[in-house]
Design a protein around this ligand. Sequence first.
Ligand code: ATP
Ligand code: MG
Length: 422
Amino acid sequence: MTSVIIPRSEHPVSRKHIHPDALKVMYRLARKGFTAYLVGGSVRDLILGRTPKDFDVSTNATPSQIKKIFQNCFLIGRRFRLAHIRFDDHIIETATFRRCPVQEEETDDGELYMLRDNCYGTPEEDALRRDFTINGLFYEIERFTIIDHVGGLSDIRNRLIRSIGDPNIRFREDPVRMIRAIRFAARLDFHIEPVTYNAILRHHEEIMKASSPRIFEELQKLFAFGCGEKAFRLLYKTGLLHDMLPEVAEFLDHDHGQDSVLWDWLAHLDERIRDTGKAEPVLLFAALLFAPVRRVADRYAAQGERVVFAELLADLLTPLCTRICMPKWMSARLIQIMVNQTRFEPDKRKRFSKRGFVAQDCFPETLALYELGLRVAGDDLSHTTAWKDLRREVESERPVSDGFRSEHPRPPRKRPSRRRRR
Ligand code: ATP
Ligand code: MG
């Protein structure tokens, strides 16, 4: 691939749209004699006219040289040191150019991991070690050009997700890239080009070699920007869903596949995320898992077996949540909001305090899941207003200091780690 420099007159990226702190970092590095580029997702998003989530910088200055230049710089990471340059409310991540791990790291049994990801490199090598061409562009602040070592600009124009290098190698090096390909395709409404797509079909099972916490994080990111439905359709189509969440994939297999009711759940969830601008993590998994667990409960009921819904949920979901490394506070909350669904039409024989119910910490997510269910069923939502009013009433009566939390559940604080003895 020949490298191309695109002059300012031929691309749409303007300094106006770059965060002033990112510009500050690049200009200061340049004044000290270093090369510094804006890199990664921010360049891609600026070309597409979108607002970048964050601005990353790559430079030929080493982490210790960066630290000397910026007082507000903190070095993080053991294997590959990164500089975090901290500003009031955000960080500009500044990394030294690095290159791909060397090829001979293929093990005897054909495994190909990124064992060593910590070698500094040239700008071109830094572009080549990135995942997709659309993420491999550099923007420089001397002449405001875009430097394209990987053919990223034409792929952006053609709306294509293409692996940098052979995807059969790149996906084995880091299988999480397969989920990333799907995330970018869904979020940007791009196509995954055929060679890259076929490599996902061929290597999807390797995803299980990635660490569970990383997969869990990636799964959550798929819902950001309200593109969950498209992303999960692709996960299902490529086989990745069968590897990561077989329970959900099997439900889809038995529920008309691409015409399943689950897609309605995800479509309504996407709509909610786009409307509210937030993707509540517990609600994401609740929307994904409620129809599959409901199906199991209905099957027991059809066989005439009496099962306690709460116990069934715990039996089905606890092993799943543990396997995908969902934090305990979150899985407990997930089960609770699903159990709570039965309480909107309470059993008249049981004593039931509506006020106690709406006072629950997880009531907002409980109601959100209930509303999603009503939308999926095409039912009327007007009676949910009474529940919302009651919640407001109960909330206003509670003193602020009693720990009653409404909209923003927080994970419990971690216990401080014990100091090691020398
Ligand atoms: P987002 O807008 O979601 O943050 P992004 O492209 O900025 O998208 P990040 O996860 O923030 O994605 O990563 C920043 C950049 O680092 C990417 O654009 C890509 O160039 C590179 N990168 C991230 N993860 C990988 C990976 N697993 N393999 C290779 N390169 C990666
Ligand atoms: Mg980013």
